[in-house]
Ligand binder design. Sequence first.
Ligand code: GH3
Ligand code: MG
Length: 536
Amino acid sequence: MEKYQHLLFEKIKQQISSWFDDRPDELVDHAEVYQFLHSIKGTSGTIHLGGLLFVSSKLLDRLEANEGLKWQKDDLREFLFELISLSYEYEHFKESDYKKNEPCCGDVPLIQIIDDDVTMLILLKEALEDKGWMVMTNTEPDKAVSLYYDLQPDCLVIDVDLPSKNGFQLLESIQLHNHKQFIPKVVISSQIDRITRMNAYEMGADDFIEKPIDMEEFLVRINRQLQRKQIFDQSVLIDELTQVYNRRFLSDQMERYLKDFERTGTSFSVGILDLDYFKKINDTYGHLTGDKVLEAFALFLKEQTRSTDIVFRYGGEEFVVLFPRTNDQEAAEVAKRILEGFSKVEFKEQGQSFHVSFSAGIYMANNSTEGSLDILKKADQALYEAKEKGRACVESANEAMLPANKILNVSVIDDDAIIRTLLVRVLQNIDTDKVLLNIESYENGEKFFEAARLEEEGKHFLILDGVMPVMDGIEVLGKVKSAENASQVNVLMLTGRKTEYDIARALKLGADDYVTKPFSITELQARIQRLIQRMF
Ligand code: GH3
Ligand code: MG
C-alpha cells in the first residue's frame, strides 16, 4: 500500500512542478485541473489516504463553479494550496506523528524524563504526551542536567536505577539547585525497599513509584504533581533563587504602569538585561557557580537601582528592570553604570577568578496603544542588537527606531516545487509591522544569480535548500557569502535530517540558522517570523 501512496505523491509533485516550473506563464485549462483532481480523488480513496480524498473532493466541488475558466498560475497555486500542503505533510509525517509535531503552546506543562532504559522512556513519553503534555527525554545523565537548567521543566521523572551515574547522585545535584526552585520530582525504581524509599525522599523526591509501573496510576500521580507546581507558581511572586520578583509579577506591574500612562501621560522605561556567555560559566565551573552568579547579579541590580525601580527575573539569566517616570536615555545611563560596576566584580571559583558582563536593551513606553508584550518585545529587539554589537553594551530601541516601510528581500531557493509553494505562502502569512517583504522563489541557485537578486537594495533573507541538483546549496551559500553585500544577507538552510556534516559545513560557511527537513509548517512560520523580527 505504501508504495502506491508514494507513487501518488510523486504524481502530484510532478504535475505541480510542470505547472509552476516548466510553464510558468502559460494559462492552465479548467479541464486539466479537473482531470488532475479527479484522478487524485479516485486513487486516494482506494489506497486509504482519507485526508487527500477529502481535500480533492472539496476542491473538485469548488472547481465546478469555475467551469470553463482558464487559470492564472498564482490563482491556481492559491486554489490548490490545501492539497499542496497536505501532500507535503503526508509525504513527510505519518498522520499520527504529524499531530505530535505541532508546536506546543507556551502553557503546556513540560515534563523531563531521565531513564537509561529506552523502551521504558518511549512508553512513558507516549503515555504522557497522549495526555497533551510535552515531554523531553534523556538517557544520558550529564546531558540531562544541562537540559534541566535550559528548560526548567514543570516536573522531573527520574529512574534511580541508572547505571553510569548513580540516579541518586543525579537527584542530589539537581536538588542542590532545586531547594530554591520548586520543580516536583518523581522517582521511579525497581528497588522498593524501605532504605531506598527513604533515600529518595531525603534527596527531594516528591513521589516514589515502583517498577513495573501501573500506567493509569502513574498518570494520575504525575497530574497531581503538575497541579502542585501550578498552585505554587501562582501563589508566589518572588523568584526563589535570586529573591527578586518573578515574571508573573512583571506583567501585573506593567499593566499598572500602562494604566497610569494612559491616565496621566507619565511614561516609564523597561530594560532587559541578559548575562553574556552565561552558558560558558555553567560549563566551566558547574551549575551551582552559575546559580551564585545569578544571585550576585540580582543583588547588585537591587543595590544599584533606585528604590522605586523594580527588578524581575524574566527567565534563566535574563532580568527586567522597570524604571518608573524615566525616559529611555536616563534608563540607558543607569544600565551603563550598572554594567560598568558589575563587570568589575570578581568571582572566584576553583582557584580561578572571572568576570561577568551583560547586554541590555532599553525601551521607553511612549504609545498608549502598546501592550506590555509589545513593550517587552521592543526592549528585547534592542537587547538583540546589543548582543549583535559584541555584547557588554546597552542599546535603546527608541533610538534605533526604524523608518517605516523597510524592505526585506526574501528569496526561496529550492528545487522542490511543493516546498517552494509552501514556503512562499508561509512567508505571505507572516505578520510584520515595520517591514515590507519582497518575496521571490527560484528553483535553483543558477536562476537566483541570473536574476541578480542580491543587487536589489535592502536587506536579504534567503531560505536555501542544502541539496539541489543544479548548483548545490552549499555552493550557493559560498557564493552568497563572498558577495559584496554579504553582511546584508541572512541565510536559513534547509537540510536533511541526518546530515550533521552538512549542517556543520553550512554553519561554518556562514549560514545563520538551519531547519531540518521534514519541517512542521507552523513551527517554521513561527521561526521565520521571529528571525525576520530580530533582523529589524
Ligand atoms: P549570550 O551571551 O548570547 O546571552 O549567551 P549565553 O550563554 O548567556 O546564553 P544562552 O541562552 O545560550 O545560555 C543561557 C544558559 O543559562 C542556558 C541555561 O543552561 C542557563 N540557565 C538558565 N537558568 C539557570 C539557572 O537557574 N541556573 C543556572 N546555573 N543556569 C541557568
Ligand atoms: Mg545570556
